[in-house]
Design a protein. Structure first.
Length: 75
């Protein structure tokens, strides 16, 4: 499915604007943007192509993984 088809379909169902983040932005930047825009998910774009989506549950998984890494003992 082309990016324009995805966005057209979303706009027809939800209306309004579609918010996105670039694939090189951090999870925390995505969380901040979701909060600022009052949305529950963002599209993830790389080089003008839709490569995924990020939601609060995905951000919680990322945070959980990050915390586990912080608890690892240095070698």
């Amino acid at each position: 499915m082309r990016f324009s088809e995805v966005t057209d379909s979303l706009l027809k169902r939800k209306g309004g604007e579609i918010w996105s983040v670039h694939s090189d932005q951090s999870v925390y930047e995505a969380i901040e943007k979701m909060a600022a825009k009052g949305v529950g998910a963002l599209l993830v774009i790389s080089e003008g192509e839709l490569v995924g989506a990020i939601s609060p549950s995905a951000t919680m998984l990322a945070k959980s993984s990050f915390r586990k890494d912080l608890r690892k003992k240095p070698k």
